[in-house]
Write a protein that binds this ligand. Structure first.
Ligand code: NAD
Length: 243
C-alpha cells in the first residue's frame, strides 16, 4: 500500500519550488493534495500535471478568509491530515535599506501567514482526530545571516511559533515541527547571481545547493506516521550550513 494512500494534505506556496516538489512526492505516494498559491497559472499547471489527486486553490496566506477556503477545498477531498506552511518571500537587503514596508511585507507572508495557516487547520485536524503541521523556516531561522534581518526575524519566529503550538496542540493529537532548509536551487534564490549562491555554498560542509526534492523527503517524513513521536523539533536540512 502506498505510504500516504487516502491521506489529504494542504501545501501553501505549492505552485513551484519546494512546495511543488512536496506536492509531486505526496501524490506519487498516494496522497491527495491542495496546492495553495498566489500564482494561478503555475498552480493550475501543476494540478493538471498531477491529475485528479491534486487541486489548485488560490491562496494568499496573509488572509484568514482565504485560508478557510483552502481548508474547505481540502476537506472536499477527505479528512485533512497535514499542512505544510511553505509559502515565503526573501528579498535580501542591508539593515539600513530595510524600510518599514519591506519589513512588514516579510512579516505578513512569512510569519503572519504561517500563524494563520496553523490556526486555520486546527478545527479540521480535530475533526480528523489529529494531524501534522510542518512549518518551513530556514537556516536563517537558526543563525544570523547578513542582509536578511527582516527575513531572519520571521524565520526565527516560525521556529518559536512551532514550539509554542507543539506544546499547546499535543493533546489534540496534532504535531508541529519546523524544517530549516539551507540554500536550495529555486526561483527564490534567483534574486542573487548564481555565482554568489555557489560561493556561499562553498563555505558549508556539503559544498552545493540542495534540490527541492532533497528538502521534500524530510518534510514528508514529518508529515508521516514514521515521525509520530516528534513534535516541536527543528530539522536542519542544510548541508551542514548551521553547524
Ligand atoms: N530556496 C531556498 O534556498 C530556501 C532556503 C531556506 C528556506 N526557504 C523557504 O522555503 C519556502 C519555499 O521557498 P522556495 O525556495 O520554494 O521559493 P519560491 O519562490 O520558488 O516559492 C515560494 C512560493 O510561495 C508563494 N507565495 C509567496 N507569497 C505568497 C502568499 N502571500 N500567499 C501564498 N503563496 C505565496 C510564491 O508564489 C511561490 O510559489 C519559503 O518559505 C522559503 O523562505 C527557501
Amino acid at each position: 500500500m502506498a505510504r500516504f494512500a487516502g491521506k489529504v494534505f494542504l501545501i501553501s506556496g505549492g505552485a513551484r519550488g519546494l512546495g511543488a516538489a512536496q506536492a509531486r512526492q505526496l501524490v506519487a505516494q498516494g496522497a491527495k493534495v491542495v496546492v495553495g498559491d498566489l500564482l494561478e497559472d503555475a498552480g493550475q499547471a501543476l494540478a493538471a500535471e498531477l491529475g485528479p489527486a491534486a487541486v489548485f486553490q488560490r491562496l494568499d496566506v496573509t488572509e484568514a478568509t482565504q485560508w478557510r477556503a483552502a481548508v474547505e477545498a481540502a476537506e472536499r477531498l477527505g479528512p485533512l491530515n497535514g499542512l505544510v506552511n511553505n509559502a515565503g518571500i526573501f528579498l535580501p537587503a542591508p539593515i539600513l535599506e530595510v524600510d518599514t514596508a519591506m519589513f512588514e511585507r516579510h512579516w505578513r507572508v512569512n510569519e503572519l501567514g504561517t500563524f494563520l495557516g496553523m490556526q486555520a487547520v486546527v478545527p479540521a485536524f480535530v475533526r480528523t482526530g489529529g494531524g501534522s503541521i510542518v512549518n518551513i523556516s530556514s537556516s536563517a531561522g537558526i543563525r544570523g545571516v547578513p542582509n536578511a534581518i527582516h527575513y531572519s526575524a520571521n524565520k526565527f519566529a516560525v521556529r518559536g511559533m512551532t514550539k509554542a503550538a507543539a506544546i499547546e496542540l499535543a493533546d489534540r493529537n496534532i504535531r508541529v515541527n519546523s524544517v530549516h532548509p539551507g540554500m536550495v536551487d529555486t526561483d527564490l534564490l534567483k534574486i542573487r547571481p548564481a555565482e554568489l549562491n555557489l560561493a556561499f555554498a562553498q563555505t558549508q560542509p556539503i559544498k552545493r545547493l540542495a534540490t527541492p526534492d532533497e528538502i521534500a523527503g524530510p518534510v514528508l517524513f514529518l508529515l508521516s506516521d514514521e515521525s509520530r513521536y516528534m513534535t516541536g523539533a527543528e530539522v536542519a536540512v542544510d548541508g551542514g550550513r548551521t553547524l
